[in-house]
Design a protein around this ligand. Structure first.
Ligand SMILES: Nc1ncnc2c1ncn2[C@@H]1O[C@H](COP(=O)(O)OP(=O)(O)OP(=O)(O)O)[C@@H](O)[C@H]1O
Length: 402
């Protein structure tokens, strides 16, 4: 089941939104409606779904409707029409009591300006949400301390917000949103007030946290690089409408219109493309139980000078070169004598192509994409270094040669 379903969500600001809605449904533009009625279309028939565990970024210029949209999702703003469905439950038709309950249980929100209580310590800020639910003191403080540690603020429990840097204050903001252990985090320009270096650090921190927590995240930003870096998928908004939804790759490769093209034209693809985008799935590998003859034959069939070794459970075992394998088979040795492990470079899935280029320069072997000991993919250094993976129109299978 989808975690969040947004259907035709529309918000018109002004005294008589229904009148403007009729014009909108008849095809009038945001400008025409403003001119005819004085009312502002904030969000115009937005529809999308977000899967559990997905980071969904909403990106657009100032005034495009992002903040309105995220506030419609938790009904801080009442929609003019359309539906918000979370875990199959329709938020738009809920009474006040159920709405508050759902917000508390399922939705955490992180704001651009942190929204911390200045006269309370970090611990007390993080525990505040539990305090108003009458969770007893020792319990709420224990829970808050655990989350403070998760966001990297251990040791700052008794500090006050004014004593912390912007990045640290936003860590408190994130910790506070996590206290109820909500499935969904709504993040509204959460890093936009931070200077560039701290901002990058916080993006990395969020990705790290997300790999542990697996929340469903709706993240708003006006920064395309941030969107491409964080988003599993990205929705691009213009004048209240969503003009394109896609992965970073899809948006870079196939911008939906002129507007999106203009946005993406200066993007550095080497920072956006990740190991996960360019790797080959580990099918053409050897098994630790293979004989050396079998391994040599496999390499010859594949036309490769080396081959990765992976067991039946997908555990990464290392790499064998054809030279070592041929030599060892003449000496009657077995496969395990020639598996190279330490000097083969292993990278995680979200390694950017720019970093892969650095790795490829430092090694003579293909690169293994490994997480939790499992071989998830393989990447040829030749393909990276010859720049083929940067070529726009090349298709993956053609260019990735391990
Ligand atoms: N309370 C309001 N009353 C009237 N118009 C509003 C209100 N809030 C937002 N708008 C209008 O709705 C449109 C969308 O605004 P919104 O703040 O959602 O955009 P945004 O993309 O979040 O921009 P920003 O990044 O500047 O916050 C704008 O035209 C804005 O002027």
């Amino acid at each position: 089941m989808e975690k969040i379903e947004i259907k035709n969500l529309t918000k018109i600001f002004g005294a008589q939104p229904k009148q403007a809605l009729t014009l909108l449904n008849n095809g009038d533009s945001k400008d025409e409606i403003l001119e005819k009625t004085g009312m502002t279309v904030g969000v115009n028939k937005a529809s999308f779904t977000v899967k559990s565990g997905e980071v969904f970024v909403i990106m657009g210029l100032s005034g495009s409707g992002k903040s309105t949209l995220i506030r419609l999702v938790n009904r801080l703003i009442e929609p003019t029409s359309g539906e918000v469905i979370i875990d199959g439950e329709n938020l738009t038709s809920m009474d006040e009591k159920s709405l508050i309950e759902t917000r508390r249980k399922k939705l955490g929100m992180v704001f651009q300006n942190f929204g911390l209580l200045p006269h309370r310590s970090v611990l007390s800020n993080v525990a505040y949400g539990l305090e108003i639910q009458n969770v007893d003191k020792s319990d709420r403080e224990a829970r808050a301390l655990k989350i403070i540690e998760d966001v990297g603020l251990k040791g700052y429990e008794n500090s006050y917000p004014s004593e912390l840097s912007g990045g640290m204050q936003q860590r408190v903001g994130i910790a506070r949103a996590l206290t109820n252990d909500p499935d969904i985090l709504l993040m509204d320009e959460a890093f936009s007030a931070l200077d560039p270096i701290i901002r990058k650090e916080m993006q990395d921190e969020l990705m790290h946290l997300q790999s542990k927590l697996g929340k469903t995240i709706l993240f708003i930003t006006h920064d395309l690089d941030e969107a491409l870096k964080l988003g599993d998928r990205i929705a691009i908004m213009k004048e209240g409408e969503i003009v394109q939804i896609g992965t970073s790759e899809e948006i870079l490769e196939n911008p939906a219109d002129e507007y999106v093209s203009k946005f993406v034209q200066d993007v550095d693809r080497s920072k956006v493309l990740k190991a996960s985008h360019i790797m080959e799935s580990p099918q053409k590998v050897a098994n630790p139980n293979d004989s050396l003859q079998t391994v040599v034959r496999k390499m010859k069939e594949l036309g490769r000078s080396s081959i990765f070794v992976m067991d039946d459970e997908q555990n990464y075992k290392g790499l064998v070169t054809i030279d070592d394998a041929v030599k060892a088979s003449q000496e009657d040795l077995s496969l395990k004598n020639v598996i190279i492990e330490d000097s083969v470079r292993k990278v995680p899935l979200n390694t950017a192509l720019s970093e892969l280029i650095d790795v490829a320069v430092e090694t003579k072997y293909p690169i293994a994409v490994v997480e939790d000991g499992k071989l998830l993919g393989t990447i040829s250094r030749t393909a990276i270094l010859s720049g083929l993976v940067l070529g726009k129109e090349k298709n993956k299978d053609e260019v990735i040669v391990t």
